[in-house]
Design a protein around this ligand. Structure first.
Ligand SMILES: [Zn+2]
Length: 70
């Protein structure tokens, strides 16, 4: 699966950070409608993301969330 990236720590959303200077956890890393790449939260990805797929965008998934810890 190439549209998902497993990482240990989620980065902050680049768009929220530059637009409103607030720290929002990013859920996607992808191409924006402006032609540049950015880490995006869910809201920003829906507004500015080009979509998921090779060369477009990837969903960021926390590695720890894959473990079944109960
Ligand atoms: Zn955002």
């Amino acid at each position: 699966m190439s549209d998902k990236v497993f990482i240990t720590e989620l980065p902050n959303c680049d768009i929220c950070k530059s637009a409103e200077e607030k720290a929002v956890t990013a859920k996607y890393d992808g191409l924006t409608i402006y032609g540049s790449w950015a880490k995006m939260c869910k809201d920003c990805f829906q507004d500015y993301g080009k979509g998921l797929g090779i060369g477009q965008g990837q969903e960021l998934i926390l590695k720890t969330s894959q473990k079944e810890v109960k």
